[in-house]
Design a protein around this ligand. Structure first.
Ligand SMILES: [Fe+2]
Length: 295
């Protein structure tokens, strides 16, 4: 398996970044990262400077996804491959490098909307990660901070960019009929042992919000249960209660953020191995559970 990239960060643009603070801090259990320029608020789930970057603005959606190259050679290889498939790469400005806390950055348009930022050297945080709400911490070492899932009508374009441009491998896919005449297709892509770093759902029409969810994986199973209790107590929507996905075997639940997109908190997903030969269709999202509990 090619391991050139790890999920560095996701940028989300909402009118009031502070409005998500109690959600990320008190429900999910992330800890604040350094404050960014211009009213940007950041969050982290490990020892890096920031992993979720909430910037003020009208978009109400993910505005960028950062993929960190594991070394300078990987950065150059991915950049060359992107150019080779016709992507126009823009070199990050000094202001962008300092805002993202990285040493190198190029970006291109994501087919699902916003930017893909290829970066190198995401800075360490000024203090080690410790969350009293998630005592076991999050699983990020060598696999990036979590995963992100987008829904888009640009399904084939997204696949081409991820596989041919960024060099992701397809892990597997899900095809289900949510209701008669309402099909759902989701493709899952890896760029390191994490089963999927990005997944793309085929949207039947353009949605106001492409970002479906961001996932954080705990090291300890009970930390998912504790997060579920906090989500339940918060009164926020629980689109999917506790369950286990069929394809990545993740034990998880989903809570709706105040900005609409969801957060999945999970544990124990299987990892992709060098001899991965399980790229196949699944006809159900979950082996058990994940029922809609509260809208
Ligand atoms: Fe997920």
């Amino acid at each position: 398996m090619r391991h050139e990239l790890e999920l560095a960060y996701v940028g989300i643009q909402v009118p009031d970044p502070g409005g998500l603070s109690s959600f990320f801090g008190e429900v999910i259990g992330l800890v604040p990262g350094d404050e960014g320029p211009g009213g940007t608020i950041t969050w982290r789930d490990d020892d890096r400077a920031h992993r979720v970057i909430i910037e003020p603005g009208p978009l109400g959606d993910a505005s960028f996804v950062g993929l960190e190259a594991v070394d300078p050679g990987a950065f150059d290889a991915v950049a060359d491959r992107l150019r080779g498939v016709g992507c126009e790469l823009t070199v990050g400005t000094d202001d962008e490098l300092s805002a993202r806390r990285v040493s190198r950055l190029v970006h291109t348009a994501a087919p699902w909307g916003g930017r893909i930022e290829l970066v190198e050297g995401l800075a360490a945080a000024s203090s080690p990660f410790a969350s009293p709400l998630v005592p076991g911490g999050f699983f990020t070492e060598g696999v990036g901070f979590g995963h992100v899932v987008f829904a888009t009508t640009a399904f084939d374009e997204s696949h081409a960019l991820l596989v041919d441009g960024l060099g992701f491998g397809q892990s597997d896919w899900v095809e289900v009929e949510l209701a008669p005449g309402l099909p759902l297709e989701v493709r899952f892509y890896h760029c390191n042992p994490r089963h999927h770093t990005i997944a793309i759902a085929k949207a039947p029409f353009d949605l106001p919000q492409a970002l479906h969810h961001v996932m954080f994986e705990t090291n300890v199973r009970d930390d998912v249960g504790l997060a579920f209790d906090r989500a339940w107590a918060s009164g926020l929507g629980i689109p999917n209660g506790l369950g286990r996905h069929d394809n990545d075997a993740m034990f998880s639940f989903y809570v709706a953020s105040p900005a609409g997109f969801q957060v999945e908190v999970g544990h124990g997903a299987r990892v992709v191995t060098d001899d991965w030969d399980d790229n196949r269709r699944y006809d159900r999202i979950s082996a058990w559970g994940h029922q809609a509990l509260r809208q």
